[in-house]
Design a binder for this molecule. Structure first.
Ligand SMILES: O=C(O)CCC(=O)C(=O)O
Ligand SMILES: [Fe+2]
Length: 309
């Protein structure tokens, strides 16, 4: 019997760890075919068998609409069940959510003030848009995934390690997009007046001394579903250097923890804004943590990608 068949047999017998493994394989699409509803069902049964991690992933997928339509109410019900069963990370999620003002759909009930930083209003700032605890949660969700950053090579359209960005990066995909991250992505959508489905996965960048993101545009070459806007969130500020600069605007932004910077990459007609080019200046001392969300023109299916939209 193959290893896969062995896991399938143990899963059929209701064993939590095997059901969890099966669910992950169905999410990854390897070594089993991708089956998002099937993954949900497997994780559901693993959670019932007392598997805490399966329970947490099930909650995330319910909140972000993987394998079924996004359903905040269901996600909150599952979260309460997990908390009642003594799932400690679930309780931490609950505490963070309780401190947010959210409506029934997990979208923000109110928004921080947004101030223009440039005369044309194309670069804006929301001061203290995220709390210290929220910033720490985003950093924690990415911590074990950080790896040298990759960017899209303009000649091939492929993702490659690139000297322009020398930081480490981590992508917080649907499995990691727990209800707190989901609610923060909703806040980012509201801050940028876009729909949550337009956002690429929240990406965390970590810059050590000397690391930087050289002058660039977030616009991608030859794509149909363009990155129309970007939202940056500073996750800490106990470092020197690491300013975000927009040289065409003569603008140098000193990162402050919790501040969000929102900027347009295209004009009202959808054409690339040359003045949107910007840089993450080299960090001089300490470590800079930042979350970035590149926002596309249209919503897309996270599993098939923005270009399938
Ligand atoms: O690190 C910064 O300040 C800039 C980051 C950036 O340009 C990006 O995430 O697209
Ligand atoms: Fe950028």
């Amino acid at each position: 019997m193959t290893a896969v068949a062995a896991v399938q047999r143990r899963a059929a017998a209701g064993e939590g760890e095997a059901l969890f493994q099966l669910g992950l394989w169905q999410l990854q699409g390897r070594p089993l075919p991708r089956d998002l509803p099937g993954a949900r069902a497997a994780l559901r049964r693993a959670a019932d068998a007392g598997h805490d991690e399966a329970q947490l992933i099930e909650i995330a997928l319910a909140a972000n609409g993987t394998g079924a339509d996004a359903d905040w109410h269901t996600a909150m019900g599952l979260l309460d069940t997990a908390v009642a069963a003594g799932n400690v990370p679930a309780r931490q999620l609950k505490t963070l959510l309780a401190a947010m003002s959210l409506d029934d759909a997990g979208t923000p009930a109110s928004l921080p003030v947004i101030q223009p930083l440039t005369a044309d209003g194309s670069v804006r700032r929301a001061v203290a848009a995220f709390t210290l605890a929220e910033c720490a949660h985003i950093a924690r969700a990415a911590d074990d995934l950080l790896a040298p950053a990759a960017v899209v090579d303009p000649r091939t359209g492929r993702s490659v390690p690139h000297p322009i960005r020398t930081s480490d990066a981590a992508v917080i995909g649907p499995v990691r997009e727990d209800p707190v991250i989901r609610a923060l992505n909703q806040r980012i959508a509201a801050l940028s007046a876009t729909r949550i489905g337009q956002g690429e996965a929240l990406t965390v960048l970590r810059y050590r001394p000397g690391q930087q993101f050289r002058l660039h545009s977030d616009i991608l070459p030859q794509v149909r579903n363009q990155r129309v806007a970007t939202v940056l969130v500073y996750l800490n500020d106990d470092f020197t250097g690491g300013e975000t600069s927009f040289p065409d605007h003569g603008l140098v932004i000193r990162p402050r923890v919790g501040d969000a910077i929102i900027f347009d990459n295209v004009d009202a007609a959808g054409h690339a804004l040359a003045t949107a080019r910007h840089a993450g200046e080299p960090v001089r001392s300490g470590v800079k943590w930042l979350a970035t969300r590149w926002i596309r023109a249209r919503p897309f299916d996270v599993w098939t990608g923005p270009e399938a939209a």
